[in-house]
Write a protein that binds this ligand. Structure first.
Ligand code: HEM
Length: 403
């Protein structure tokens, strides 16, 4: 039987353990770089080689808009984040998206990231104080990794800290492709929309130093201001893209460092390794572990084979980041790896707008943990760590630690 006749592989693949990606990634990268996979909504082609994933991620012909005719969604009912037709300026390629991106990117300057450091440091200190007060063992995921980025996003959007739990819930529904019903997803989206539209109106009346106020007053090259609907979609995109990704990256980074405690000790001895460690943690666990789906409406050669028009591809950054043709000792965590051309933030016209912020949050939280909790260790054997199912991101259900 040829590969084409074989039944498509059921996707997502099970992880070998909470910290080890599916064995299929390495097998397919070697032997079947264009693999047929079955997801809830139908069949896709999974790409796993670094060169292929990198090229296609950056190729604007591969569209992110899965509401297109013939495209396959993660769910049969099209309720997942990727299938919902977002504002065209964000989902599509081209001029409208570029303009949107330019406006949003203005917020994420290096200067602002430097200025944000003390605020993020303060948040991390407070969360660690509260965790220490409750006492060990504690779930570092619930008490530090998740609360930190939601506070950062609420502060960035200018919404009060006391609403952060509602934001956390809305994000959880958006990022989960199997746990919530269509009605639950719709209800949660409606709630978020109503809240955010009210918030945008409040910012129009009383602007402050937040990204929404900033976008309200900005004009693009043609002198246009961002429409209300686009402001709403932007807030949604920032929440969906920036919260759970960063939270899980903080959790996973900490888990990798404690699973082999010689890594943690190396950092205690030499904190100048923090920057390269953050990059290596991002390579080791591309947070969007499920991959990025794209739809192509023309035949395109990718590597040695043609991806036919009408195909939805799934781009596995998690597989690409372990490609041994690009990364020496790809399955080892090398804390001073440099260069580190991982593609966990995507590539090209849609690459992560918030990557400087994510890097800042990860570096600051690591710095504060090393200083405040040098004795930190896992409170359970590493084999007991578990992944949460049904998510676009790869999340630990909990990260029990003591110090
Ligand atoms: C470790 C944390 C993060 C990871 C791994 C991550 C990963 C990614 C990836 C892979 C993409 C590309 C999606 C695609 O090509 O379809 C992306 C896009 C994006 N990210 Fe992030 N991200 C992170 C944190 C953040 C943060 C903190 C923010 C902002 C608060 C953010 C905002 C965005 C936005 C707005 C986009 C869409 C860009 C566009 O369409 O042009 N991300 N992110």
């Amino acid at each position: 039987m040829s590969v084409d006749d074989a039944a498509p592989l059921s996707y997502p693949f099970p992880w070998q353990s909470a910290l080890e990606p599916p064995a299929e990634f390495a097998e397919l990268r070697e032997g079947c770089p264009h693999a047929r996979i079955a997801v809830g909504g139908g069949e896709m082609t999974l790409l796993t080689r670094y060169a292929d994933v990198r090229t296609v991620t950056g190729d604007p012909r591969f569209s992110r808009d899965l509401s297109a005719e013939g495209a396959v969604g993660l769910n049969a009912d099209g309720t997942d984040l990727y299938s919902q037709s977002e504002s065209k300026s964000m989902a599509s390629a081209g001029e409208a998206h570029e303009q949107w991106r330019r406006m949003v990117s203005r917020w994420f300057t290096a200067k602002r990231m430097t200025a944000l450091r003390p605020e993020i440091e303060q948040m991390a200190e407070e969360l660690i104080d509260a965790m220490v007060e409750r006492g060990a063992p504690a779930d570092l995921s619930a008490l530090l990794a998740f609360p930190l980025p939601i506070r950062v996003i609420c502060s960035m959007l200018g919404v009060p800290d006391e609403d952060k739990d509602r934001f956390a819930h809305w994000s959880n529904v958006m990022m989960n492709f199997s746990r919530f019903s269509k009605e639950e997803t719709a209800a949660s989206t409606a709630e978020f929309d109503a809240y955010m539209l009210g918030h945008i109106e409040a910012k129009r009346r009383e602007p402050a130093d937040d990204i929404i106020s900033n976008l309200i007053v900005q004009t693009d090259a043609a002198g246009h201001r961002m429409a209300g609907a686009d402001l709403l979609e932007t807030a949604k995109a920032l929440l969906a893209a920036g919260y759970e990704t960063t939270a899980n990256s903080i959790g996973k980074m900490t888990a990798f460092l404690l699973a082999d405690r010689s890594r943690w000790e190396a950092l205690l001895a030499d904190p100048s390794l923090i920057r390269t460690t953050v990059e290596e943690a991002l390579r080791f666990d591309a947070q969007l572990g499920l991959g990025l789906p794209r739809f192509i409406s023309e035949d395109v050669k990718v590597g040695d084979a043609v991806v036919p028009a009408g195909t939805t591809v799934m781009l596995s950054m998690a597989a690409a980041n372990r490609d041994t043709t690009v990364f020496e000792r790809a399955d080892e965590m090398v804390l001073d790896r440099s260069p580190n051309p991982h593609i966990s933030f995507g590539v090209g016209p849609h690459s992560c707008v918030g990557q400087a912020l994510a890097r800042t949050e990860m570096a600051v939280v690591l710095e504060v943990m090393l200083r405040r909790l040098p004795e930190l260790e896992l409170a359970v054997p590493v084999e007991e760590l578990q992944l949460d199912d049904g998510l676009i991101v790869t999340a630990l259900t909990a990260l029990p630690v003591r110090w």
